[in-house]
Ligand binder design. Structure first.
Ligand SMILES: CC(C)(COP(=O)(O)OP(=O)(O)OC[C@H]1O[C@@H](n2cnc3c(N)ncnc32)[C@H](O)[C@@H]1OP(=O)(O)O)[C@@H](O)C(=O)NCCC(=O)NCCS
Length: 219
């Protein structure tokens, strides 16, 4: 049987020096710029608030990379795993908060330093969904991944029926690359669409992005 392709689909190995710079940038990242003060790196002490947030199906249902089952123990382990990934320069987990301490959103960044490629996943609180904040926040985060982490390419996936994510990625100029079967934490399969964009295409789309989103940077 042919092997199921896995992401990223485009794989160009970069120099050891470039890979080392990316790992260092990941290790030193502690905030992700965004509206309302942005997000900060998740701590183990965020586990309870993050569990409460993730338990809503409007948040977790479309996301394959979250723990299954979702409870305080598995979410604590999820945060710990990301802290270990950050130490290796391969992953980051950011959370943002409402003023009352509830989690307002999270961003999960996976990095393949040897291919200078990354993936951004995450969710907004339902109170903040479908108001254009996801598009604007994603544009800002992708800018940050190219500029601050020094990545060359971003690869994204979404469930086949995730209309908002598909529109968002199409609107930001990502190219549809095909389909893969993603695996949830419990091993169950999740068919996914795949999009990619490289640094040159991201830069090329800056003016159009500014028109759609406003205010994102152009570098
Ligand atoms: C995915 C998510 C981050 C998108 O953010 P958002 O703020 O809700 O989306 P936006 O309002 O910025 O809209 C993005 C696109 O979807 C469209 N859209 C928004 N709400 C929609 C709806 N209910 N139905 C269809 N399209 C919708 C917008 O018009 C926009 O498309 P356009 O740029 O072509 O106009 C957010 O909905 C979310 O957290 N969802 C739950 C978790 C999830 O799916 N995460 C992504 C996993 S890969």
């Amino acid at each position: 049987m042919p092997e199921t392709p896995s992401i990223p689909l485009t794989r160009h190995t970069v120099s050891a020096a470039r890979m080392g710079r990316i790992r260092e940038a990941v290790r030193h990242a502690d905030t992700l710029p965004g509206a309302d003060g942005g997000s900060r790196a998740a701590r183990v002490t965020d586990a309870e608030a993050l569990t409460d947030f993730l338990l809503d199906p409007a948040i977790h249902a479309p996301i394959y990379s979250l723990p299954r089952p979702l409870d305080l123990r598995t979410v604590t382990a999820f945060i710990q795993a990301h802290l270990a990934e950050q130490d290796r320069g391969e992953g980051l987990l950011f959370v943002s908060f409402f003023d009352d301490g509830r989690v307002a959103g999270y961003s999960d960044i996976q990095v393949w330093p040897h291919w200078a490629t990354g993936e951004l996943g995450g969710a907004l609180h339902p109170e903040r969904q479908s108001r254009g904040q996801g598009l604007a926040g994603a544009a800002r985060s992708f800018d940050w991944m190219f500029q601050t982490l020094g990545l060359e390419r971003i690869c994204e996936t979404a469930a086949m029926d995730n209309v908002r994510t598909a529109k968002l990625l199409d609107a930001l100029g990502f190219e549809r690359m095909g389909e893969v079967v993603s695996r949830r934490a419990d091993g169950s399969p999740r068919p996914s669409r795949v999009w990619e964009i490289d640094r040159a295409a991201w830069r090329h789309g800056a003016a159009e992005r500014r028109r759609r989103v406003g205010g994102t940077q152009d570098r």
